[in-house]
Design a protein around this ligand. Structure first.
Ligand code: HSE
Length: 293
C-alpha cells in the first residue's frame, strides 16, 4: 500500500497521571495539545520543532516522535521512503504533564495514519506499543483515548478503561523541570499495608468523585504512596499542594511532578511568582487525526 499523499495533522493532549492516590493507574487527558504535521517524502528525514522543546530536543532519528513512528512502521512492515515532520508543542517538558506520552502516542497515531494502517494496528495494539516505549501505561492511555482512564498491565499486556469525565482543572507549572527518573528514585521499595489500603480506598473513591460525586474530591485526592516521598525533589510544589488542601482545594502533584493540579477554578491567587497557570478542560477525544490545513 502506498503512503497517504499530502500532509496529515495529528493533535494529541497533555495528560496528568496518578491524580493523587491512583499511582501508576489513573490518568486524565487535558485540553492542552501538541500538534504534529507529517508528510511522506521521497527520501530522508526532516524534523522541525516549534514551541516547547524547540532548540532542546534532537532533530534526527533519535527524536521521540520519530522513534515512535519507526516502531509503528516496523510493526506494520511498511514505511514511506522519507518523512517530513513538524512538531508544534504546547505541552511543557519535564513537568509531569505527559509530554513523552504525547510524543509517543502522537508519533504512533501519525505513522499509522500515514500508511493507512488503522485496520492492522488497532487502539489496543497501539496502547501496548506506547506502553512499551513509555514504560508506564498511565499517561499513554489518556493521551490515546481521552477522558479519565484506568490503566493496568496484565503480565506484559497493557489495558485501559476509559470513562467520561468533565471537571474544571487548573494547573500551576513551575519554571524548573524534575525528571521522572529522579522522582521514581525517591520511592521506597515497600509500603505498609495500612498505606496500601488507604490508597486503594481513595483511588476507588476518586473514580466516583471524578465521574459522579465531585463533592468527594478533597477526600478522594489524598495519597500516601508517592507525593510525600517525592517532596524532596519538588519542595515548592509539595508546599503549594498542602497550602491549597488546607483551604479545601483538591490539589495534587501531576504525574511525577513538579506541576501542581487542582480540580477547581478561581484559585489563581495561589500561583507562586514565576510559575505559569493554565485553566484546562478535560480532553474527551485523545489523539485525533485532523484534516490537513
Ligand atoms: N505514574 C508515573 C509516576 C507517571 O508517577 O512515576 C510518570 O510516568
Amino acid at each position: 500500500m502506498s503512503p497517504v499523499s499530502g500532509p496529515l495533522r495529528v493533535r494529541v493532549p497533555a495528560s496528568s497521571a496518578n491524580l493523587g492516590p491512583g499511582f501508576d493507574a489513573l490518568g486524565l487527558a487535558l485540553g492542552l495539545h501538541d500538534e504534529l504535521t507529517v508528510e511522506a517524502t521521497d527520501d530522508g528525514l526532516v524534523v522541525e520543532v516549534r514551541g516547547e522543546g524547540a532548540g532542546e530536543v534532537p532533530l534526527d532519528d533519535t527524536h521521540l516522535v520519530v522513534r515512535s513512528m519507526e516502531a509503528a512502521f516496523s510493526l506494520l512492515g511498511e514505511r514511506p521512503a522519507g518523512v517530513r515532520l513538524t512538531c508544534t508543542n504546547a505541552v511543557p517538558h519535564g513537568r509531569g504533564l505527559g509530554s513523552s506520552a504525547a510524543a509517543i502516542v502522537g508519533g504512533l497515531v501519525a505513522a499509522r495514519a500515514l500508511v493507512a494502517g488503522e485496520d492492522r494496528l488497532d487502539d489496543l495494539m497501539l496502547l501496548q506499543l506506547a506502553t512499551d516505549l513509555e514504560g508506564h501505561p498511565d499517561n499513554v492511555a489518556p493521551a490515546l483515548l481521552g477522558g479519565l482512564t484506568i490503566a493496568w498491565v496484565d503480565g506484559a499486556a497493557a489495558a485501559a478503561q476509559r470513562l467520561d469525565c468533565d471537571v474544571p482543572v487548573t494547573v500551576f507549572v513551575p519554571p524548573e523541570p524534575v525528571s521522572t527518573e529522579r522522582a521514581r528514585g525517591l520511592l521506597p521499595d515497600t509500603v505498609t499495608h495500612a498505606d496500601a489500603s488507604f490508597n486503594a480506598g481513595r483511588a476507588a473513591l476518586l473514580v466516583a468523585a471524578l465521574t459522579a460525586a465531585p463533592d468527594r474530591l478533597i477526600s478522594a485526592t489524598e495519597d500516601r504512596l508517592h507525593q510525600t516521598y517525592r517532596s524532596l525533589a519538588m519542595p515548592d510544589s509539595y508546599a503549594l499542594v498542602r497550602r491549597m488542601r488546607v483551604e479545601g482545594v483538591p490539589a495534587i502533584i501531576s504525574g511525577a511532578g513538579p506541576t501542581v493540579l487542582a480540580f477547581a477554578r478561581g484559585i489563581d491567587d495561589f500561583c507562586p511568582p514565576g510559575w505559569v497557570v493554565h485553566h484546562l478542560d478535560v480532553d474527551p477525544h485523545g489523539a485525533v487525526v485532523l484534516p490537513a490545513s
